[in-house]
Design a protein around this ligand. Structure first.
Ligand SMILES: [Zn+2]
Length: 289
């Protein structure tokens, strides 16, 4: 535990100090190359701060969407899946939005995957059952939408196992997939997933529907324009947990029909995660050629 925290702290310190050093010398170089920007203390340090912040944000963004190193156990996208894409919904079930989403998916003949929060399944068991009865897949999104890397080991295991049990008891299926809240996982979670026979599934395209300024138009445009074959697309069907408790997911509901039509018009086929898993992951493909 202590060693784990120490190593993690060390890695973060290396990243921060590394980016500060790089930024400091980049700023010095800029001041040298641009004749009118004479080196002043303020210029040097503000430049360093701005560059380091940008660099660290870039690293964080890369980590969330791509990870570091070989991660064949983590599914983000399947580049070899041709024109197929997958739709996933996090944080539910919700009494308000999940039934509306299920209705649209049924009308359009789309199978999706719902990553359920255990405490929400206990609150709305009938909605969780409705998801499974409609032929959709469900995954585990922890019991209380925890931040995985911060949780003590007993709590992490309990959060995942309790949710598996709650889903099994209320919806009658054992969740095949596991998705850490906000995409923040660690090596412990990877080991637990393996032990429990679950696949760690993240995403490659976020609809950004959690954003407080997201509208039907912005969500639709973002997803339809950016989606490519092999993508796992992230939506949210509950307004709790993200941004604020009780945020409106109406833009997501309104955008769903146009998004499905738009993806299909672009020649993309929307499939269930199950039909996607057999394709090799990006990392495996990279290794083999
Ligand atoms: Zn979530």
């Amino acid at each position: 535990m202590f060693i784990d925290l120490f190593v993690r702290g060390l890695i973060i310190m290396i990243f921060v100090s590394g980016s500060v050093v790089i930024s400091y010398y980049t700023t010095r170089l800029m001041a040298f190359l641009v004749p009118f920007a004479r080196i002043s203390e303020i210029f040097l340090w503000s430049g360093t701060v701005v560059f380091s912040a940008a660099l660290l944000m870039g690293i964080a963004y890369y980590y969330v969407y791509h990870g570091f190193g070989l991660q064949s156990d983590i599914v983000r996208r399947k580049p070899s899946a041709g024109n197929k894409v997958v739709m996933t919904f996090d944080d539910g079930p919700s009494r308000d939005y999940t039934p509306q989403i299920l209705k649209i998916l049924a009308e359009k003949g789309v199978r999706a995957t719902f990553f359920l929060v255990g405490s929400h399944v206990e609150r709305y068991p009938e909605v969780a059952k409705q998801i499974v009865d409609a032929g959709h897949e469900v995954g585990n999104h922890t019991y209380g939408h925890i931040t995985v890397p911060n949780s003590p080991p007993p709590q992490l295991a309990a959060q995942i196992m309790r949710t598996n049990l709650v889903i099994l008891q209320n919806a009658g299926v054992y969740p095949q997939y596991l998705r850490p809240p906000r995409g923040l996982y660690d090596s412990r979670m990877r080991r637990i997933a393996k032990l429990l026979g679950q696949e760690l599934v993240l995403w490659s395209l976020s609809s950004q529907d959690w954003h407080s300024r997201a509208t039907k138009a912005s969500i639709t445009r973002r997803v339809v324009e950016r989606a490519a074959g092999g993508d796992i697309i992230l939506f949210h069907d509950s307004g709790s947990l993200l941004s604020s408790e009780g945020a409106s997911r109406k833009p997501t509901v309104d955008a769903l029909g146009p998004i499905i039509d738009g993806l299909r018009a672009r020649g993309l086929e929307i499939v269930a995660l199950q039909d996607f898993m057999d394709y090799p992951s990006e990392q495996v493909r990279r290794l083999s050629g």
